[in-house]
Ligand binder design. Structure first.
Ligand code: VGL
Ligand code: ZN
Length: 210
């Protein structure tokens, strides 16, 4: 169904210790997808990773806002912002990629969320939905037009990366067995609906691995 093409890229979102069991913002079974991602990567000439990479005092941390708790929402200058436990602090062990990831030929690591005053769920645009990260330019310069997304978390960074990628003209697919959600109330259902409405198919790794 999806033969590997020179124009394909596997985009591995935020497979970092803090999003895996034992981490500061652990996603249930977040590490269970790693063997699948390692196998998928072998089928791709182009593998790209994102790395959530926050400074201390980041706007997305509940601890940066007096009286606020994780998973509450605030109104930031750029719009609504969910608050999180402190996670993926720059250079911390929590921000490191999970040690079981085996992606020796990964060609790009794109860091995001590195500015204190703005978060970035999407690999393409920061949370103002305007400021580019540079990924679209990289992909266009390299002739990469078809993207297969996996990693963490389905309902946040995978979701917004796929939606923005599609809106920016890339053919996007989400590998549903190679991603896991944070799972806030309604977030998975909203993600399923957004992806369907945008024309981003959810596929299974077996569609690629055979
Ligand atoms: C993410 C919440 C906060 C993600 C990153 O990778 O989905 N979620 N920062
Ligand atoms: Zn984050």
């Amino acid at each position: 169904m999806h033969g590997p093409l020179a124009t394909d890229a596997l985009l591995v979102i935020d497979l970092q210790n803090d999003f895996c069991p034992g981490g500061a913002l652990a996603v249930t079974d977040g590490d269970a997808i790693i063997p699948t991602i390692n196998a998928l990567a072998q089928r791709f000439d182009h593998v790209l990773l994102t790395q959530d990479w926050h400074p201390t005092g980041h706007i997305s941390f509940a601890s940066s806002h007096q009286g606020k708790q994780p998973f509450e929402t605030i109104t930031a200058p750029y719009g609504p912002q969910t608050l999180w436990p402190e996670h993926c602090l720059q250079h911390s062990e929590g921000a490191a990629f999970h040690p079981a990831l085996d992606l020796p030929h990964a060609e790009l690591i794109l860091r995001k969320g590195f500015r204190r005053e703005i978060d970035s769920y999407s690999a393409f645009l920061e949370n103002d939905h305007r400021t580019p990260t540079g990924l679209a330019g990289y992909l266009r310069d390299r002739g990469l037009t078809r993207l297969f997304l996996c990693g963490l978390a389905y309902d946040f960074c995978v979701r917004f990366s796929a939606l923005d990628g599609k809106a920016l003209g890339f053919e996007c697919h989400v590998l549903e067995d190679a991603t896991r959600p944070v799972g806030l109330p309604g977030s998975v259902e909203a993600t399923d609906a957004d992806l369907a409405a945008a024309g981003v198919p959810r596929i299974h790794s077996n569609d690629l691995l055979g």
